[in-house]
Structure formats: C-alpha cells, structure tokens
Design a protein. Structure first.
Length: 114
C-alpha cells in the first residue's frame, strides 16, 4: 500500500470523485464536453495531486497540495454555474459545496503539517 492511500483526505477525495461522476451522469448531453468534462477533470485532479505530490519532497508536496486545493475551488465555481443552469438541485449543490469546503480545510491542515 502506498502511504498516500492511508490519508483520510485522499480517501475522501476518491469518494468525492465517485459522487461527481454519478451527479454529472444526469447533466444534459450537450454539456458532455463542457461543464460535465470540466467538473469531472477538476474533481479527479484533487486525489491525483495528493497522490503525485506524496512522492515528492516536502516543498514539492506542498505545491501539489496547493494545486489540489485549487481544484476544490474550481469544483465550487463549476457547480455554481451548473446550479444556475438548473443541472443541480439545491441539495446536490450544498453537498458538493460542503465536501469541497471540508476537503479544502483538510488539504490546508496537511500542508501546514508538512
């Protein structure tokens, strides 16, 4: 097992990706290469940067964690747009928002721990 797999923030981010894939399945087909793709890519970037960064030095890991945190912010912006387009319910939006907020805080704590 790789060390990053033991990180709670990594495990939570993998669950988040799965939920994003499920939610975006119901987005309109004409958004497949728009918001659907962008949201999926941003969510996937969160655990990928945690994983890749864990193989680097402390300074580089912090950089990758910053990228991961930025992807959380990107997910919030994309879901705000999707909500305005009525692709997401208020409940779905709030769940994504709260998860992004939690992930962002966890990433910041990990970064300050390094």
């Amino acid at each position: 097992m790789f060390n990053f797999e033991n990180l709670q923030v990594y495990q939570m981010s993998i669950d988040f990706v799965n939920s994003i894939y499920e939610i975006t399945k119901k987005f309109p087909k004409d958004e497949l290469f728009g918001l659907t793709n962008q949201l999926r890519r941003a969510s996937v970037s969160i655990p990928l940067n945690i994983a890749e960064g864990s193989s680097r030095t402390g300074k580089d890991f912090k950089h990758f964690l910053s990228l991961s945190r930025g992807s959380c912010f990107e997910c919030v912006a994309i879901t705000s747009i999707a909500k305005k387009q009525n692709y997401l319910t208020e409940l779905e939006f709030n769940k994504i928002y709260q998860t992004c907020l939690s992930l962002s805080k966890m990433i910041s704590k990990l970064k300050s721990f390094l």
